[in-house]
Design a protein around this ligand. Structure first.
Ligand code: 13P
Length: 261
C-alpha cells in the first residue's frame, strides 16, 4: 500500500450465512472494529442477496461505518431475466460496492469479459463502485501465461471506460489456484501481478487512473498473512472469502496494521 490510496478490505461471504447469521456477524464486527481502523481503511461486507436488506438495516440503525456490498449483478436495467437482480435494485439498498467477474462466476456460470464489462458499466451507471475481479488458473501460471491472461481480462473487462471512471473503481487480483485452497500467492508474486495491473492501467487509462485505482489481492487471505500482503506497495486491500465469515478473523485482517513489523 502506498500513496493516498485508502485500503479497502472486503468480505465476500459467497453462498454462506442466512440473514439471521449475517446480522449476527455484522453486529460482532461492529464490536471488534474501532474508529482508528475505519480511519485507516474502508471495510465492506458482501452478503448473499437475500440478506442485503437486513444487513443494511443493522448498519444504518447502529451507524456502523461498514459499506454494504453485493457479490454479483445483472447487466440489464430491468426485464424478463428470471432470478436476476439489477444494479438499480442494489443501489436502492444503499449498496456501495458490487463484485463483478469473480472467478466463480466466470468459471461456474460462464461469464465472459464482455459480460463482466457490461456488469461493471451497469454498476457505474448507478453511481456504485465495481470490484472487477481478474486472475489466472494454475495451468496459466505454470505455463508462464499469468500476466498475459490478466492483461486480456483487464482489456475486456474495462473496455470503453473513461480514465476518470477507472480512477475510482477497484480491481481484485485473485489467482484462481489460491482461492479456498489455503494456498496464498507469495507477497512477492502478488505484488508483481498487482504492479503489472497498475502499469497496464497506466498504459491504457493514463498515470492518474493508475495512481488512484485500488487493487485488492484475494486468495486465502488470513489474519496471519494479511500484514505482509498489505505491506506491498501495489496492494491496496484484500478480498477475503473464508476468513471473512468469522467476525473475529475478519476484524483481525482489518487491523492488519497492528501486526505489521
Ligand atoms: P478465500 O479467501 O476463501 O480463498 O476466497 C477468496 C475469494 O474468492 C474472495 O472473493
Amino acid at each position: 500500500m502506498s500513496g493516498d490510496r485508502k485500503p479497502l478490505i472486503s468480505g465476500n461471504w459467497k453462498m454462506n450465512h442466512n440473514h439471521f447469521e449475517s446480522i449476527q456477524t455484522v453486529q460482532k464486527l461492529a464490536y471488534a472494529i474501532e474508529k482508528d481502523d475505519y480511519e485507516a481503511c474502508d471495510v465492506s461486507v458482501h452478503p448473499p442477496f437475500t440478506d442485503l436488506r437486513s444487513v443494511q438495516t443493522v448498519l444504518q440503525a447502529d451507524k456502523i461505518p461498514v459499506s454494504l456490498g453485493a457479490q454479483n449483478v445483472h447487466e440489464a436495467e430491468k426485464g424478463a431475466f428470471t432470478g436476476e437482480v439489477s444494479a438499480g435494485m442494489l443501489d436502492k439498498l444503499d449498496v456501495e460496492y458490487v463484485i463483478v467477474g469473480h472467478s466463480e462466476r466466470r468459471e461456474l456460470f460462464g461469464e465472459t469479459d464482455e459480460v463482466v464489462n457490461a456488469k461493471a458499466t451497469a454498476v457505474l451507471h448507478t453511481g456504485m463502485t465495481p470490484i472487477v475481479c481478474v486472475g489466472e488458473t494454475l495451468e496459466e501460471r505454470t505455463e508462464g501465461r499469468a500476466q498475459a491472461r490478466v492483461t486480456e481480462q483487464l482489456g475486456g473487462s474495462l473496455a470503453g471506460l473513461k480514465p476518470e471512471t477507472v480512477e475510482d473503481i477497484v480491481i481484485a487480483y485473485e489467482p484462481i489456484w489460491a482461492i479456498g485452497t489455503g494456498e496464498t500467492a507469495t507477497p512477492g508474486d502478488a505484488q508483481e501481478m498487482c504492479a503489472h495491473i497498475r502499469s497496464r492501467i497506466a498504459e491504457t487509462f493514463g498515470a492518474k487512473a493508475a495512481e488512484s485505482v485500488r487493487i485488492q489481492y484475494g486468495g486465502s487471505v488470513k489474519p496471519g498473512n494479511a500484514p505482509e500482503l498489505m505491506a506491498q506497495p501495489d496492494i491496496d486491500g484484500a478480498l477475503v472469502g473464508g476468513a471473512s465469515l468469522n467476525a473475529e478473523d475478519f476484524a483481525r485482517i482489518v487491523k492488519y496494521r497492528i501486526y505489521q513489523a
